[in-house]
Design a binder for this molecule. Structure first.
Ligand code: PNS
Length: 161
């Protein structure tokens, strides 16, 4: 069975990696799919940067690969014949949006099935936005993201100074 984990990953955090690792133990193939253009969010990292930060993070996971997609998720899912889409749930507040998205996707294409995986409690406070906020004020993000991501954040915010 193959599963796709879509997202903005701007940047990848230990919360995302927790979902990826756990999926890699349950599914034959895991594809982390980075959204190219999200009208609602301007990203800090370019598509190429987000993709390579994930690639470096999942290097040791043999059945995980990283891809990019644009347009509707349902089209990408049916083109690539994924069995499931996975999304992480950190809290009840995530649920409303995630539920809506899963329903819309299923209505657009009944083939698309979404699975929710509950994020490990030690990462339930984490989000890419929080990480960016902390890093933008030169705060410590070492417990939130892998070292190479922390470095990329540091460089990105220094560039802007
Ligand atoms: O990491 P994010 O930003 O929460 O991920 C959101 C994502 C990429 C999964 C979602 O925005 C998405 O699938 N976008 C593609 C466009 C689409 O299919 N929209 C309809 C679903 S509501």
């Amino acid at each position: 069975m193959k599963i796709v984990y879509p997202g903005s990953f701007d940047p990848i955090t230990y919360g995302h990696l927790d979902i990826i690792r756990r999926c890699s133990m349950k599914f034959d193939e895991v594809v982390v799919a980075v959204l190219e253009n999200n009208n609602k969010k301007k990203t800090l990292f370019s598509l190429g940067e987000r993709k390579s930060l994930i690639e470096e993070s999942v290097e040791e996971l043999e059945n995980v690969r990283v891809d990019t997609f644009s347009g509707l998720l349902v089209d990408y899912v049916s083109e690539n014949q994924f069995d499931f889409v996975v999304r992480g749930l950190r809290s009840v507040s995530d649920f409303e949006y995630e539920f809506q998205m899963a329903l819309v996707n299923h209505q657009l294409d009944a083939y698309t099935e979404t699975l929710f995986m509950v994020t490990s409690s030690r990462y339930s406070y984490l989000s890419s936005s929080i990480v960016k906020e902390v890093a933008s004020f030169s705060g410590q993000v070492d417990l939130m993201v892998p070292a190479h991501v922390a470095m990329a954040l540091k460089n990105k915010f220094q560039e802007g100074e």
